[in-house]
Design a protein around this ligand. Sequence first.
Ligand code: CA
Length: 666
Amino acid sequence: MKTKYFYFFLLLLFFSCENEEPMEPRYASLNEYPIYNGDDLGYQFSPEQTTFKLWAPSAFKARMFLYEKDLDGAIAGTHDLEEKENGVWTTTINENLEGKYFTFQTKVGDGWRREAPDPYSIACGTNGARTQIIDLSKTNPDGWTNDKRPPLAQPNDIIIYELHVRDLSISALSGIQNKGKFLGLTERGTTSPEGLSTGIDHLVEMGVTHLHLLPTFDFRSVDERKSEAERKYNWGYDPHLYNVPEGSYSTNPQDGQVRIKEFKQMVQALHQAGIRVVMDVVYNHTGRSRRSVFNILVPQYYYRQNEEGNFSDASHCGNETASERPMVRNFIVSSVKYWAEEYHIDGFRFDLMGIHDIETMNLVSKTLKEVDPTIFVYGEGWAAGDSPLAEEKRALKVNVPQLDPIAAFSDDIRDGLKGHVFTAEAKAFISGKAELEESVKFGIVAATQHPQVNYKAVNYSEAPWAKQPAQCINYVSCHDNHTLYDRLTNSDPKASEEDKEKMARLGLGTVLTSQGIPFLHAGSEFLRTKYGVENSYESSDSINAIDWSRKNKYLETVDFVKRLIQIRKAHPAFKMKTQEEIAKNLKFLQVKNNLITYSINGAAVGDSWKKIIVILNGNKYGQKVKIPEGNWKFIVRNGKVDASGIDFFGGGRLNVDPIEMIVLAQ
Ligand code: CA
């Protein structure tokens, strides 16, 4: 080749490879993208061949890179994908690719975009940088095919305990070997230095039915390349790959099979302990925006845009997903179905559910009920900011009547009990502030229609939003914001430890005797503290770890909670099944000045206790309550709980102590 032609050739090559003119978009708008309803996106593996499928309708070209390693290393093969119908790109490789890793790449308009792992990845290596090709059947622990969901007769039997995987075991006091790992939730017989149960045994001792785990899908914030000691803590609300367990909770994030097997071992151990497992799912936003896996491969489609065409941000995390778009909806629905089927997950807690559209949430619920009718779905019925999707279309608390049968958290009772969530010093019912009685009553009737609740006086709701009690999650604290103990310390700095314990018992006791579904923040039964840190999402273990020495220190309250859980399990009067039953059989008696008294007609709902009276006194002074005559026994009195009766009472005027909960039954 003559030199000048050679240079001309080089120039041609340069322009053809690097500086192509941007091409016109393939579709005029995101709404015109073709939809693929198949369930085989991702890869289909067999020892003979693996087929890859990627939905990327806006791409002009798509390809896949194979790798031997999960990070770094040379490309072991480049394979162009062929475009098929409905925006799907595919290739089949007739080799055994087991154990290899891959990424996809799309060419959209202005050139090749970054490599990205497959959004539909079911396995990946370190930090989810590359998808791993595995034989899923090899990830099942022994006995997995016999794994069964623990029995659940009806949703009102649920008692939820909310926990971060790492917090449970990371303290030296936990007595758990696999600290901070999924496997830490498989160890039995573990104890604190005082000889009290920790880990799973503690959950069994408390008697909770559902363990709700903070994010356990693969998230971004913890660098899995780092050693355990160097890794920074995070809650994990920054999703990366939705269908893969988080690598930092596994003993080996490089090999994708390990985290899957260990996650399944955790579920299996919890199921064997009689505890169901709930995943906290965060489909409302992705950890990254412009450079998320979704947005690299199919720009913009997975997200809502504001009027300027940028990412709208109802999550307050930089973006919000567009669940109303068919392929986003498909992704969310297929993802929860996958976790329910492959990992035997028993429930899903939707983070910022109020960002999602109602139709998607109802399809999620319907799909999961088809997998197993006892799978429970609930979520936060709010968003963190404004969304371009109209409020009437979103799964907000006020729209819960249209979400059947999905439940939502009651911030009404939460703040009614302990004070406004974002005002650290705010007091409320349990700390002696009056005029929140209607908000507490609203929770007692599980946010349903009741003739004796004045809805105009409820803090955040003007009307009942639960059609049935199982749609209402009652709680006094969770991972967000101050712990109950820290809030009490802030709002009442002069309160004695003894009084704080009484206030905590009153709050937890109210939740555990209310209709609806009770929810407990891990460690609240021993007055967990985060030393005043309100938002500990990236605080160190020293703030977040469960301090098991507190179990011994606050043993009376642990016992109080445990025994109330036993009573709740044994007495249908505290978990009536319908709004009608509650309206008919739960009557408020004396309600004034931060005192709430109500009765339940136990006989009418098949309870062995024919009549029940609950008295809640949030004041720092005693009150007198008139009790009808009868053969009453004290079930709860002075911080003690005994289902067989602490003492007897014939009725008449009863002195209720300061900050006290009393339950009487006959
Ligand atoms: Ca990760």
